[in-house]
Ligand binder design. Structure first.
Ligand code: CA
Ligand code: CA
Length: 258
């Protein structure tokens, strides 16, 4: 009896131990449309590759909230600090950052930065982060004029690149998610980057500026959500066997006592 119980305990340990180890990395999406050139600050009129990446991500999500920055009360060419914009994504998140980290609403290309939707977007040359009231399982965003490091202001030997860092809400661990954008590309390009994780949720997403080069970036049409729930998975045979084993054990134990 004791040996049987020990075997049940060991099977449980193996089953749950293995499923904990099998945590997958986030699944990522990326699409890039090249800008018109470093001497031209004309905006792109369409961005099919970036758009396709956005649609691919959204197909995998539910409970989405989109932030287009259009609701933020700004006059043309005005800027506000992060502390003035505490509620985004339908009130589910808030931005924070420091230094030159501002919202803008230029309705034309400003040195390569411009909006995707409407005429408002987020413009920054610094690290910023978004914190979420309830943890999210997915996020995507448009990045505009990111990676044109051989252009004005920039140090081409240490180009400015964007990386994002997520905080796992259950373990508080930080993890980098690489944004696979090029550097040394033309001004005014547009990419879409997104990720979802079927196994974990995130309470904080940090946009981190790496490199000594100075660059100014724009972000627009960010979406948060959760991965579409998988259809009910049939109970694994191991669990069936375990259950059947336990029932037999209990039955056997009772019989012995009687
Ligand atoms: Ca917008
Ligand atoms: Ca730029």
């Amino acid at each position: 009896m004791r040996r049987l119980l020990m075997m049940v305990f060991l099977s449980l340990l193996v089953y749950f131990g293995v499923s904990n180890i099998a945590l997958a990395s986030p699944i990522t999406f990326f699409g890039y449309d090249q800008g018109q050139g470093s001497s031209s600050y004309e905006r792109l009129l369409e961005w099919p590759n970036a758009k396709a990446a956005e649609l691919n991500l959204l197909q995998n999500l539910e409970n989405t909230s989109k932030e287009s920055f259009e609701e933020i009360g700004l006059l043309n060419r005005a800027r506000v600090g992060y502390n003035e914009v505490s509620s985004v994504f339908d009130g589910k998140g808030s931005f924070a950052g420091s230094g030159y980290s501002l919202y803008c609403n230029y309705d034309e290309s400003y040195y390569g930065q411009y909006p995707i939707s409407g005429f408002k977007y987020l413009e920054t040359a610094n690290r910023f982060y978004i914190e979420f009231e309830d943890p999210i399982g997915a996020m995507g965003f448009y990045g505009i004029d990111i990676g044109d490091t051989d252009d004005h202001y920039r140090d081409p030997t240490t180009p400015a690149t964007l990386r994002i860092r997520v905080t796992d809400s259950s373990t508080n661990e930080m993890e980098w998610i690489e944004v696979p954008h090029e550097t040394g590309v033309t001004s005014g390009g547009i990419f879409y980057f997104g990720f979802y994780d079927p196994d974990r949720t995130f309470s904080k997403v940090e946009f981190v500026y790496i490199g000594d080069g100075t660059d100014v970036w724009a972000f627009d049409d960010m979406t948060i959500g959760s991965p579409v729930s998988p259809s009910p998975v049939p109970v694994p045979s191991a669990i069936w066997l375990l259950g059947t084993g336990l029932v037999t054990l209990i039955h056997f134990g009772r019989k012995q006592r009687h």
